[in-house]
Design a protein around this ligand. Sequence first.
Ligand code: ATP
Length: 137
Amino acid sequence: QEQTFVMVKPDGVRRGLVGAVIVRFEQKGFKLAAIELRTIDRALAERHYGDLRTKPFFSELVDYLTSGPVCAMIWQGEHAVENARSLIGKTNPAEASPGTIRGDFAMDIAGNIVHGSDSAASAAREIELFFGRHAAS
Ligand code: ATP
């Protein structure tokens, strides 16, 4: 079965939303394969968001991601990447539908609670980055 990488970002952890995010993934039918609460360093944050290196908000994004602990998770199931993206909702919470995590819990694009891999290739890369090669199936 497919695996995807999901991370409750620092604002989600600070607001006590880790449990709510886990409940939604479990209710959808995903299986939890790994979970870790950890404060990441700038090097890891920069590698994680490497695709966005040239964006004007990049350093702000790295500041945000390193501002407190994140909850990194591997979730497993049918079409895990696509199903996780639809549970999470659109990047901009103002456009995310009610019923999605961002639609229900966030208002600001720079604090949108949760990250989910956008493809199977990103999932493999991000799982290795956060959990090491042994974690990827
Ligand atoms: P994520 O990768 O976190 O799941 P995403 O794939 O939906 O989000 P990306 O376009 O990859 O969206 O952007 C990554 C993150 O960068 C967003 O989740 C958001 O926190 C931040 N971001 C995106 N656009 C902006 C912006 N215009 N201003 C501030 N932050 C932004």
